[in-house]
Design a protein around this ligand. Structure first.
Ligand code: VG1
Ligand code: CO
Length: 542
């Protein structure tokens, strides 16, 4: 039943910030998926007879890709595969299943916040036994293998019925098709106080959760409207669609603007929230107040002890380098360690495994904890709900109180999407070349205290990651960071991160873009953004 099929390498199968992401049309090329999946298995050892978790965010090509992954896994000797019904598993739920079942690893089919459908994007990501994204040593080995692959192994078998829960087989490999929500919900019940959140809803608290027609729909509907008895209609766009109903499943202020507008309106519920294509990101907006993801990380870390899962306190906090330093203030006050890592959740895994940190976050709407090894959108929303239930204050009151204790980090990210890749590379090169001459220079009231290209030394496995973003740190705590996206599929995307610290509580009520105006202008000037990219305005401001 096992066939060996000859193939030739495809160029460019290098995993980026979070797996291999390309246009669907690229994945549809003959043997493209098979090459990559076989290259994953060729880069691993010791999985004979072991378990693999397989699921995806339900986007176009998800079901077909899962059939192929299962056939190749069976031909390569995996003993069992756990598959979410309908091919559905949110990224955090997949991470949990790997851990709970002591699986060898998992394959997550998703391009996350990138658009879906026949003209959209697709992605494949490998997760290791701790439930987290494969570290760079593995993703680089996979990439190397894709350049030399000559054959893949695949079993010939009829399509698995993905919609029927129960046991079956693909080749000699046992299959368990499971409910995608059950285990995840059980885990959530150990972390937040469901009774307390139920009383919050019973007391008249109202929320709107927009699942953006993506994978979190079934999770949010069962947990929020089911277990927590939020009123019917709390969860909207709850059915995962192959093209996310034609929208962009990125819960930011552009693609979830309707939610922002609702939160700022007179009919605003107490909490508005959303998650992305694969359910690992979260957007949290209180009535009249948008919580930046960096602030959300800080508030969650500062209040985690109020929830049952973290009642004994947290060991430390990790944030990606471009994420604002609001979390650093919390770590200082709590006298716990703060780790600054490169962008991408794969860098948090070792810190979590070693027990050095409990809570992690990224400015890109990602927050998570040691309960899994991925960021977790719905978890973040549930923790917020439990904090709101414990404190019986509004989101705005809690955030303002947080600022008054820790100071406010005004923060914004400006994205220049789908710019010319040569121009983007030239911009970064010019910035790197200019670094030595920047230290000590003054720009108006701002003096550059430090300018470098961020490098990370992992304290656990002692690996090094270099060229992780250009940082310009000013005296007084302001910061500019530049890096190129590793998840886009068209041209290049430049991300500029702008931050200014304001300790004075009487100045915490200004508009972010106003406060940051001079720094933003400087960010364009310093990097020559118009010259290199031909753009004078970012395409997305968050
Ligand atoms: C972006 C974010 C990063 C996040 C990554 C994956 O990467 O900036 O913080 O970890 O997406 O998120 P980049 O390289 O495009 O900046 V997800 O929700 O797309 O898996
Ligand atoms: Co995602």
């Amino acid at each position: 039943m096992i066939k060996t099929v000859s193939t030739k390498p495809y160029q460019g199968q290098r995993p980026g910030t979070s797996g291999l992401r390309k246009k669907v049309a690229v994945f549809l090329q003959p043997h493209y998926v098979e090459n990559f999946v076989q290259s994953i298995f060729d880069s691993l050892e010791g999985f004979a007879g072991k378990t693999l978790v397989v699921g995806g965010d339900g986007r176009h090509f998800n079901r077909e890709a899962i059939q192929r992954v299962l056939r190749i896994a069976a031909a390569n000797g995996f003993g069992r595969a756990i598959v979410g019904r309908g091919g559905i598993l949110s990224t955090p739920a997949a991470s949990h299943l790997i851990r709970k079942n002591a699986a060898f690893g998992g394959i997550v089919l998703s391009a996350s916040h990138n658009p879906g459908g026949p003209h959209g994007d697709f992605g494949i990501k490998y997760n290791v036994a701790n439930g987290g994204p494969a570290p760079e040593a593995i993703t680089e080995a996979i990439f190397k293998r894709t350049n030399s692959i000559t054959a893949y192994r695949i079993v010939e078998s009829p399509d698995l019925d993905l919609d029927r829960i129960g046991a079956s087989k693909v080749g000699d490999m046992a299959i368990s098709v499971i409910d995608p929500v059950t285990d995840y919900q059980t885990l959530m019940e150990t972390l937040v106080d469901f009774d307390r959140i139920r009383s919050l809803f019973a007391s008249g608290f109202r929320m709107r959760f927009d699942a953006m027609s993506a994978v979190t729909g079934p999770y949010a509907a069962e947990i929020l409207e089911g277990a927590l008895r939020a009123p019917a209609g709390t969860v909207v766009n709850a059915t995962p669609e192959e093209d996310f109903a034609g929208r962009h499943p990125d819960p930011n202020l552009v693609h979830a603007k309707h939610l922002y507008d609702l939160a700022m309106s007179v009919q605003a519920p107490d909490l508005c929230a959303a998650s992305d294509g694969d359910g690992d990101r979260n957007l949290v907006i209180g009535r009249g107040l948008f919580v930046t993801p960096s602030d959300s990380l800080a508030v969650i870390a500062a209040n985690a002890h109020l929830t049952p899962g973290y009642a004994k306190g947290i060991a430390g906090i990790a944030r990606s380098m471009p994420t604002s330093r609001a979390a650093d203030r919390v770590a200082e006050r709590l006298r716990i360690s703060l780790h600054e890592t490169p962008t991408g959740w794969k860098f948090f895994g070792n810190l979590l495994d070693a027990g050095l940190v409990t809570i992690c976050g990224e400015e890109s709407a990602g927050t998570g904890s040691n309960h899994v090894r991925e960021k977790d959108g719905l978890w973040a929303v549930l923790v917020w709900l439990d904090i709101l239930a414990a404190r019986r204050q509004s989101v705005a009151e809690i955030v303002r109180d947080h600022w008054s204790i820790h100071g406010r980090h005004y923060y914004s990210r400006h994205d220049y999407e789908e710019i010319d890749a040569d121009g983007a590379n030239a911009l970064v090169k010019a910035l790197r070349d200019a670094l030595p001459s920047l230290e000590g220079r003054r720009f108006g009231p701002l003096e550059v205290a430090q300018a470098d290209d961020f490098a990370y030394h992992d304290p656990v496995d002692h690996s090094d990651a270099t060229h992780q973003g250009v940082r310009i740190l000013f005296a007084g705590g302001s910061r500019l960071v530049y890096r190129l996206s590793g998840t886009g599929t068209g041209g290049a995307t430049l991300r500029v991160y702008i931050e200014q610290f304001e300790p004075d509580a009487s100045r915490h009520d200004s508009k972010t873009q106003d406060v940051l105006r001079d720094l933003i202008a400087l960010s364009c000037e310093l990097a020559g953004i118009p010259r290199h990219t031909g753009r004078t305005e970012p395409s997305v401001i968050t």
